[in-house]
Write a protein that binds this ligand. Structure first.
Ligand code: ATP
Length: 554
């Protein structure tokens, strides 16, 4: 970090002890002037030095003058007579800032500085406010959608009690819409919302609610920019507004991946400080028809079947996922088809890398130029591009595309631990037909720390685009069928598809698209690099901070 010139330096008191307080445009630091052996201060930013503390300017939430606490006003009680100049500091200001606690959670903390004179107190308040005003990435006006029925139906309560006080402390104004039906937020964003008024859109709910916001905002942006969503070849335009998620759902997978926890206060603070985390979005098409966007997981076979079955058991509540999971596992259905994909080349790493996507990830940072690359790809003749495609045919128990690790408390490392949030790729995981025991071994790897992909029947590829065609929609395979004399089998499975009640094995599954059923088998998927941006900063590593005093030019 570069040394910054001091803006202010004074001796002020904190909890009746004198501190040298320094402000520059990057940090506010305070160091005890008389450290005693007994007192071992804890740096707010981790262990700095005993009695030394600092907060980066970008993590200060607000500064307020504190009411005068002169002894004469506290009448009727015994008062301590001021012994030293520190005791006589009657003017004070309070700085609210972000403090890190356990498991990537943030809290709003405060420190009050007492000043000997009013003029000095006002100077500190004014100077800190001027510095905060220079942080132009902070939102001032937000559009908020609350799903009152997400998760445990506590969305409104969470917003009113935990988020509103933080937004008002940071002087953020809001327009709040409590949704009245599914897709209310999506449709409002798509057609009605006056987006120019806002610096961001916030959803209070779970992953389903976030998906609504993504669909509304991305579709609206393409419409405003004259981009045809139905055309696979068109490069989509990135959204101007950042999205904030206040977790109030049942899984909150996106919050875990982008913030590291599902704590509403932490998410509110990431919004207040104006964090920014880009994210890739996959568009899913069936020929020239746009179907959906996906940001986390596209799953065919096992995960498609679990979701389809669990939807029929909604009345069971969250237990339905476990019951459908066991049922689907026991049915051990596999699906035939053709997967073709365009592998990611360049510096994109591999799905088997040991390092994970974390705050400030170099691979994601280096990928921002991929937006331009993918534009150029559009200009290549089709024949040239097809040479780069890889085609795999087979029988699969599961075909998954993870655009992020998909880590959550149930699967601490996720489906693809090394997947990146914003590198313009998705990790395509093919689980070929194997025994039930082997498939169980594979599923168990989602819950432990062993290599997910270290099985002979599992293949993984980092890709920019992929297509899937189920066998009976695949023209080539008709030839295979005739040759192998199983035409009657095809005829039967067609009957079964049309008459599901017969209970025999279905030839096709559905796609699970970020937890929503996509009733299509043949799809074409393209990753759009960094199409959206969230009020988040990725999962932070524990870092060693420098001595703040070394950062202030004397
Ligand atoms: N007012 C509403 N009434 C009924 N459904 C709604 C309403 N508003 C939004 N929804 C729908 O509720 C669905 C689920 O919401 P949400 O994602 O907030 O919670 P969840 O499903 O419990 O959490 P998660 O998606 O994390 O598992 C969303 O797909 C959304 O479209």
């Amino acid at each position: 970090m570069e040394k910054q010139p001091r803006l202010l330096c004074s001796v002020l008191s904190v909890q009746r002890r004198p501190y040298e307080v320094i402000l520059n445009c990057a940090i506010l630091a305070w160091k005890e002037t008389q450290t005693t052996k007994k007192h071992t201060g804890r740096g707010i930013y981790g262990a700095v030095k005993a009695g030394s503390y600092y907060v980066p300017m970008c993590e200060i939430i607000s500064v307020q003058e504190k009411d005068d606490e002169s002894p004469s006003e506290n009448s009727g009680k015994w008062q301590k007579v001021p012994q030293s100049p520190v005791d006589s500091c009657q003017h004070a200001f309070t700085v609210s800032y972000v403090e890190r606690t356990r498991q990537h959670c943030w809290r709003c903390s405060e420190v009050t500085f007492h000043c000997p004179e009013l003029a000095l107190c006002l100077l500190w308040v004014q100077t800190i406010r001027e510095q905060l005003a220079l942080l132009t990435n902070r939102p001032k006006h937000l559009l908020v959608y609350i799903n009152p029925f997400g998760g445990k139906q506590r969305g409104k309560q969470i917003y009113d009690h935990k988020v509103t006080p933080i937004f008002s402390q940071a002087s953020i104004s809001t327009d709040v819409i409590v949704t009245e039906h599914p897709n209310h937020a999506r449709d409002h964003l798509k057609t009605e919302a006056d987006l120019m008024k806002y610096d961001g859109v916030v959803c209070v709910g779970g992953d389903g609610m976030f998906s609504e916001i993504v669909h509304g905002l991305v579709s609206r942006t393409q419409r405003d920019e004259g981009v045809d969503e139905n055309s696979m070849k068109d490069t989509l335009v990135s959204c101007r507004l950042r999205i904030g998620i206040i977790p109030a759902g049942s899984t909150d997978c996106i919050c875990y991946a982008t913030v590291g926890s599902n704590d509403p206060v932490t998410s509110a603070l990431h919004i207040v400080v104006g964090d920014s985390q880009s994210m890739d979005v996959c568009s899913v098409h069936d020929s020239d028809t746009f179907l959906r966007y996906s940001v986390s997981l596209l799953g065919y076979g096992f995960y498609g079947d679990v979701l389809t079955d669990s939807e029929r058991k909604r009345w069971m509540g969250p237990a339905r996922y476990d019951i459908s999971g066991v049922k689907t596992f026991l049915s051990h259905r596999y699906y035939e088809g053709t997967v073709s994909f365009l592998p990611a080349e360049g510096n994109s790493g591999t799905p088997r890398d040991k390092f994970q996507c974390r705050s400030g990830c170099n691979i994601c940072r280096g990928s921002s130029s991929d937006k331009l690359v993918s534009k150029d790809e559009n200009n290549l003749p089709d024949a040239e591009r097809q040479d780069d495609w890889t085609v795999i045919r087979g029988k699969f128990l599961a075909i998954n595309a993870a655009s992020m690790s998909c880590a959550c408390p149930r699967s601490p490392k996720g489906l693809s631990p090394a997947a990146h949030l914003a590198d313009g790729t998705t990790d395509l995981i093919l689980v070929r037909k194997c025994s039930r025991l082997d498939f169980l071994r594979h599923l168990l790897r989602h819950t432990n720390k062993d290599d997910q992909f270290d099985h002979s029947f599992v293949e993984v590829y980092r890709v920019r685009q992929f297509h899937f065609t189920p066998r009976y929609q695949d023209c080539d395979s008709e030839v295979d069928l005739r040759e192998s004399g199983v035409g009657s089998k095809r005829f039967l499975s067609q009957i079964c598809r049309e008459h599901k009640a017969c209970g025999c094995i279905q030839a096709q599954s559905n796609w699970n698209c970020d937890g929503e059923i996509l009733p299509h088998s043949a799809i074409q998927v393209r990753v759009h690099c960094q199409l959206i941006s969230l009020f988040a900063r990725g999962i932070e590593e524990q870092s060693v901070f420098e001595d703040p005093y070394a950062l202030c030019a004397i």
